[in-house]
Design a protein around this ligand. Structure first.
Ligand SMILES: C[S@@+](CC[C@H](N)C(=O)[O-])C[C@H]1O[C@@H](n2cnc3c(N)ncnc32)[C@H](O)[C@@H]1O
Length: 171
């Protein structure tokens, strides 16, 4: 299953602890998304308009018919039309290989900020290809507590966990 640029999950976070330890890059992240739906979470998969038809056909091909309605494919271009998502709406936000275009970093950060609450967990799987990728992580750390939760040396892929900084931390 390809999961667009973001996968956003509503619902109980109890399954998260169970599945976060088996995370890998792309495929496993997307398998986790499939499990989330199977376990009853409501999942929103987002990307730019141009990718939506492909995403819909992926959902149809990979999820059993009776739970397909729990996986909503929705347009989201980072930083645009954010009002179509309620602030802090999602418990879990997954992003695989989305840190690569410097010109999108500010919008991506603004989007993460809008979509997450103080309780939300964000998991980002990425390769650090260029110095600019580290620059994004530094930007992220200004607003979120960031930790590396997994590194796959064979694939050279990192998984970072981010949670909104407690506002008191900044005082
Ligand atoms: C390298 S692909 C990764 C796709 C998928 N997550 C995966 O791991 O196979 C980067 C994704 O980010 C999306 N993307 C790039 N710029 C974007 C933007 N400004 N707003 C929303 N999505 C964007 C692309 O459409 C694409 O789906």
């Amino acid at each position: 299953m390809s999961a667009g640029s973001f996968s956003l999950v509503h619902g109980s976070a109890t399954w998260l602890a169970h599945f976060s330890c088996s995370l890998g890059y792309r495929t496993r992240l997307h398998i986790m998304l499939g499990y989330a739906v199977l376990l009853g979470a409501h999942v929103t998969i987002t990307d730019r308009k141009v990718a939506l038809e492909f995403l819909k056909s992926n959902v149809q091909a990979n999820l059993p018919l009776h739970i397909q309605s729990k996986a909503v494919v929705k347009e989201l271009t980072w930083g645009q039309n954010m009002e179509s998502f309620s602030p802090g709406e999602f418990d879990l936000i997954l992003g695989a290989d989305i840190i690569y275009l410097e010109e999108t970093f500010t919008d991506l950060l603004q989007t993460l900020e809008h979509l997450s609450s103080n309780q939300s967990v964000i998991l980002l799987a990425c390769r650090i290809r260029y110095e600019r990728d580290n620059n994004f992580l530094a930007m992220l750390e200004r607003q979120f507590t960031v930790s590396k939760v997994h590194y796959d040396p064979e694939k050279d892929v990192h998984i970072f966990k981010a949670q909104k900084r407690n506002q008191r931390e900044g005082l």
